[in-house]
Design a binder for this molecule. Structure first.
Ligand code: GLY
Length: 373
């Protein structure tokens, strides 16, 4: 099967997203031409290193690219001031030069952290994303958002810094824990819901087969999602407009993640799944879309093994609407003190709204929380 290549058209910062099977073992062919000297640093975490680091090292060695590695503990806690400091010091201790490339081999945590370090080290180094989770392949590795977390919320300290290349090897998805794969699938569904009704229909038909491991369907879904994101990022890199639509479900989702302590109780993609269904429920409540859409979306998410309603979230019985709304006030999308929601007129027709009455949000949350109690 030949690779699919998606171009991110950003002028002199344009780059390719290459999607396919067996790409990690061929990574050297695509990485080597970008390098100024035959050297790169691979940053990964212990879990990914155990499964995939040797394959990448061999692939680089085949092209005579020498590499150093930095192996971090796994988990979101690395996206902290302390984790960021440790990584920067480790990279500097390896004497990385400004024109060297750092390779982020891992999921969203590694990609966000390495990208942010690359954005500031020696005032800006190049980096390459080799995403190993579905969530990273279809969302976080593409588009240059990099960040660490603050005590005030997720991803609040960061930079836009585009990678030079993204290599999405769909075979790596075989080694993901099923729950993590399903969480990433929520971000795939997101593209259908925001701007591509036929893709949502395709997912309703093919999602189950894709989740159990069909390589061709996975390649199609990842390439389709990346092409969508590439178009949006090329048009609105810094999220002045339509890029914000990619945050469908995220205002609710981030609040739920905060309420569950950014823990295994709720993975990011699971929060997005519940958040997307809530966004369609809110849209219906405000008279923007047909009330039958939210149940249809919930059915698809639930069939994929994802939580779709507040009641599906661990500990939802203890949440309050006030707390959840308070978390939303810290959202990066708050504008002039007003919450910005991504709502929809139909599947594939998302829109931004900053005029949602807080009472409507609280009422929807209250209603779903009552069902969870
Ligand atoms: N994850 C949303 C974006 O990259 O804009």
């Amino acid at each position: 099967m030949t690779d699919r290549i998606v171009k991110v058209a950003l002028g002199d910062r344009a780059y390719d997203i290459r999607v396919g099977g067996g790409l990690l073992a061929r990574a050297g062919e695509h990485v080597a031409p970008l390098l100024h000297r035959r050297f790169a640093v691979v940053v990964t975490d212990e879990n990914v290193a155990a499964r995939h680091l040797d394959t990448l090292k061999r692939a680089l060695a085949l092209q005579n690219v020498g590499c150093e590695t930095v192996i971090l503990p796994p988990g979101e806690s690395q996206k902290s001031y302390a984790g960021f400091e440790r990584l920067c010091e480790a990279l500097l201790a390896l004497k990385v030069e400004r024109r060297d490339h750092v390779i982020a081999l891992g999921g969203g945590v590694i990609g966000d952290l390495v990208g942010f370090a690359a954005s500031v080290l020696r005032r800006g180094m190049d980096f390459i994303q080799i995403p190993t989770s579905l969530l990273a392949q279809v969302d976080s590795s593409v588009g240059g958002k990099t960040a660490i977390n603050s005590r005030q919320g997720k991803n609040l300290i960061g930079a836009f810094h585009q990678p030079r290349l993204v290599l999405a090897d769909v075979d790596l998805l075989d080694t993901l824990p099923p729950r993590e794969l399903r969480a990433g699938y929520a971000e795939v569904v997101k593209y259908g819901l925001i701007g591509d009704a036929p893709f949502f229909g395709w997912l309703e038909e093919n999602g189950a087969k894709l989740l159990v491991g069909d390589r061709a369907l996975r390649t199609e879904a990842v390439a389709h999602a990346c092409a969508h994101k590439a178009r949006v990022v090329a048009a609105d890199e810094r999220e002045q407009g339509e890029r914000a639509l990619l945050n469908l479900g995220h205002t609710f989702g981030h609040a739920l993640e905060a309420e569950t302590g950014y823990s295994q109780r709720l993975l990011h993609g699971e929060g997005v799944a519940v958040g997307m269904a809530l966004a369609f429920r809110l849209s219906a409540q405000l008279g923007l879309c047909d009330a039958a859409l939210a149940p249809r979306i919930e059915r698809h998410l639930a069939a994929a093994g994802l939580p779709a309603r507040l009641a599906d979230v661990d500990g939802a019985g203890g949440f309050t609407a006030e707390h959840l709304v308070a978390h939303m006030q810290q959202d990066k999308k708050v504008r002039d003190g007003r919450l910005v929601f991504i709502l929809a007129a139909a599947i594939g027709q998302a829109m931004q709204r900053d005029d949602v009455p807080p009472a409507a949000v609280a009422a929807l949350l209250g209603e779903q929380l009552a069902a969870a109690a």
